[in-house]
Write a protein that binds this ligand. Sequence first.
Ligand SMILES: [Zn+2]
Length: 72
Amino acid sequence: MSEELKPCPFCGGRDLQLVRALSTGRYVVECRGCRKQVYLNSVECMDRGNAIKAWNRRAGDERMQMRADYSA
Ligand SMILES: [Zn+2]
């Protein structure tokens, strides 16, 4: 498989699991390091490939957000 999830933006962990929420059919990224779950709620995330892309975008965003928080 070509899936490549960026490391967890919260703890930097790479032990990530992409699971599908049965209730919504959308994907959730679970981090086994810090136990956070990130729900990928946009409609495009019904597709596994798009869910991975969305996570990777989000992972970058979170890191920027955290940096912003530190400098505040
Ligand atoms: Zn984590």
